[in-house]
Design a protein around this ligand. Structure first.
Ligand SMILES: *Cc1c(COP(=O)(O)O)cnc(C)c1O
Length: 429
C-alpha cells in the first residue's frame, strides 16, 4: 500500500479513502477514531449507505417499487434508522429483528418476514403490529400461519417463496435457490401451494418472492430466476389467484477483492426491460438487498498486538478475531486489510490472526504489510455480516460501533464489557 498526496479511494468504496497517508471515512480520520474509541471498532459511512441505496432508487425511478433492507446484514439500530428515514422497508427473519425495526422507528407495514422456521409466537407478534407480508417457505407453514391469524380474527398477507432452481454461481453456503437448499417451495409444487394458500381462512395471497443466493456477481442468474418466477405468476393468475406484488429478493454482491458485480441500477435496467417485455413492468415490485447496501460502507479497525515471525509463516496478531469478523472462518471469505496510516517500505507477508483459541481464527492470509506492534489496521468491506454475526466466544465483548456522517461521528453501540457478556448468568446455591 503506497500513500499518495491526493485522495485515493479504495475500490468500490468511494467514501473510504486515503488523504495523504491517512485513511478517512468521509471527513473523519480512522486513526483518530481508534484512539478515541479503542479497537476493535466498526466504523460505518452514512453517505456510503445512502449512495448504495440511491443506485437502487435510480434503477426503480418511475416504477412502483419498495426496497426492503435485509437487516440481518447489519441490524444496528442507527443503521436501520438511516434506512427507515430514507423510506426503506425491512426484510426480517425473526421477531427479534422486528423488535429492532420498531425500536429504530421503522414502519411495520413495510416489513416482510422471511425464514423457514417462524414460530407461532413470532407470527402472532408480527400480525399484532400489522407487518406487510409473510414470505412463507413451506406448505406446513401456510397451515400454521392461517391457524394463528384466524385465531386472532385476522387474515395474514402472504407471499410464497419459490425456488427457481437457478445456480447463482456463488459460495455453496450462501446459495439458496437450488433444489438441494432448505429454502423456498420447489417450482413444480408452487401452483399447488398457492391453491392451498388461497383455500385457507386465515390467509390472503398478496405476492410471490424468490431469493437465489448472496454475493452474486453476474446478471444471468437474476434474469433466469425472473423468467422462472414470471412463468409461475402466469400459471397462478390463470388459476384465478391474483398476485399483487413480485419480490425478487436480494443477493447482489459487492467488491471484496476485485469482484465486479453489476451496479444496482445497471442490473435493474436489464431486469426491468425483461419485466416490460413480458408485460409485468407496472406491477408492484419488491426487493430485499442486504450486503449491497452496507457491506462496503463499513470497516473494522484493529490494533496489531504482536508480530510473530516463523519458519513457514509470519503471524500478525491483532485484537479483532473470528468472534468479531466471522466471515473468513465461516466461508474462507476475503477482506482487504490496510493500514490506517500508510507507511512506505517493502513490507513482510503475514497471516493476520486474532487472539481466539482456534486455528480457524484468521482474518487474512498471505498479506504483504508494512506494520509494527501498536499500528492500527482497517479490515475493509466489514459493513455486512460481521457485527450482525459476531459472538462472545472466548468471553470477548462485542466491538463498539461508530457511524460517520460527514465530519460528525456518533458512537452507535458501546463496547461490551466482560460483565455484559455474563450479565444474564446465575451461580447455583
Ligand atoms: C439474506 C437474505 C437477503 C439479503 O441477501 P444479501 O445477499 O445480503 O443481499 C434477502 N432475502 C432473504 C430472504 C434473505 O435470507
Amino acid at each position: 500500500m503506497t500513500a499518495s498526496s491526493t485522495a485515493l479511494a479504495l475500490p468500490g468504496q468511494p467514501h473510504i479513502a486515503y488523504q495523504g497517508s491517512e485513511l478517512m471515512v468521509e471527513g473523519v480520520r480512522l486513526s483518530d477514531l481508534a484512539r478515541t474509541h479503542g479497537t476493535p471498532l466498526f466504523v460505518y459511512s452514512k453517505a456510503a449507505m445512502l449512495s448504495a441505496l440511491a443506485a437502487y432508487q435510480r434503477g426503480f425511478a418511475g416504477r412502483q417499487a419498495q426496497i426492503c433492507y435485509a437487516m440481518k446484514a447489519n441490524s444496528s439500530l442507527a443503521v436501520l434508522q438511516v434506512f427507515a428515514n430514507a423510506g426503506c422497508g425491512f426484510d426480517i427473519v425473526s421477531a427479534g429483528e422486528l423488535a429492532r425495526v420498531l425500536a429504530a422507528g421503522g414502519d411495520p407495514a413495510k416489513v416482510i418476514f422471511s425464514g423457514v422456521g417462524k414460530t407461532r409466537a413470532e407470527m402472532k407478534q408480527a400480525l399484532k403490529v400489522g407487518i406487510g407480508c409473510f414470505n412463507v417457505e413451506s406448505e406446513a407453514e401456510l397451515d400454521v400461519l392461517s391457524d394463528v391469524a384466524a385465531s386472532m380474527g385476522l387474515k395474514a398477507p402472504v407471499s410464497l417463496r419459490v425456488n427457481p432452481n437457478v445456480d447463482p454461481k456463488t459460495h455453496p453456503y450462501i446459495s439458496t435457490g437450488l433444489k438441494g437448499n432448505k429454502f423456498g417451495i420447489a417450482h413444480e409444487d408452487a401452483l399447488r401451494a398457492y391453491r392451498h394458500a388461497a383455500s385457507l381462512p386465515g390467509l390472503k395471497v398478496v405476492g410471490i418472492d424468490c431469493h437465489i443466493g448472496s454475493q452474486i456477481t453476474e446478471m444471468t442468474p437474476y434474469l433466469d430466476a425472473m423468467d422462472r418466477v414470471l412463468d409461475l405468476v402466469a400459471d397462478i393468475e390463470a388459476a384465478g389467484i391474483a398476485i399483487h406484488h413480485i419480490d425478487f429478493g436480494g443477493g447482489l454482491g459487492i467488491n471484496y477483492n476485485g469482484d465486479t458485480p453489476p451496479e444496482a441500477d445497471a442490473l435493474w435496467a436489464q431486469l426491468l426491460a425483461k419485466l416490460d417485455a413480458r408485460g409485468y413492468g407496472q406491477r408492484q415490485l419488491m426487493i430485499e438487498p442486504g450486503r449491497s447496501l452496507v457491506g462496503n460502507a463499513g470497516v473494522c479497525l484493529t490494533e496489531v498486538l504482536y508480530l510473530k515471525p516463523g519458519e513457514q509463516k509470519n503471524f500478525c496478531i491483532v485484537d479483532a478475531a473470528m468472534n468479531d469478523l466471522p466471515r473468513p472462518a465461516m466461508y474462507q471469505a476475503f477482506h482487504q486489510i490496510v493500514p490506517v496510516s500508510a507507511k512506505t517500505g517493502d513490507g513482510v507477508v503475514y497471516d493476520i490472526v486474532g487472539p481466539v483459541c482456534e486455528s480457524g481464527d484468521w482474518i487474512g492470509r498471505d498479506r504483504q504489510l508494512v506494520v509494527q506492534a501498536g499500528d492500527t489496521l482497517a479490515v475493509l468491506s466489514a459493513g455486512a455480516y460481521c457485527m450482525s454475526m459476531s459472538s462472545n466466544y472466548n468471553t470477548r465483548g462485542r466491538a463498539a460501533e461508530v457511524l460517520v456522517d460527514g465530519t460528525k461521528t456518533h458512537l452507535i453501540r458501546q463496547r461490551e464489557s466482560a460483565f455484559d457478556t455474563f450479565a444474564l448468568e446465575q451461580l447455583v446455591d
